[in-house]
Design a protein around this ligand. Sequence first.
Ligand code: SF4
Ligand code: SF4
Length: 75
Amino acid sequence: MAFSHHIDENRCKGCGLCVTVCPKNVLEISEQVSPKGYFPVFQARPEDCIFCALCCVMCPDVAITITEETEEKTR
Ligand code: SF4
Ligand code: SF4
């Protein structure tokens, strides 16, 4: 089953909580400022993500979503 991990740059405030909680050290704070004036988080090592969803649960701004990619969507 395939999943996709999405970070909404317009919601992320760059607090770093998700970076701390990620067991696989996937996330890092960007050096590029977002349209909202924050330094958003990004997946620096997406290949290491195990889609455990800890980052989604931790984020106070609901900036991270994990969605299941169904066959219908990929067709
Ligand atoms: S889903 Fe889990 S492994 Fe992937 S970035 Fe979030 S906390 Fe890290
Ligand atoms: S916890 Fe949410 S707001 Fe904080 S850095 Fe991560 S994605 Fe951004």
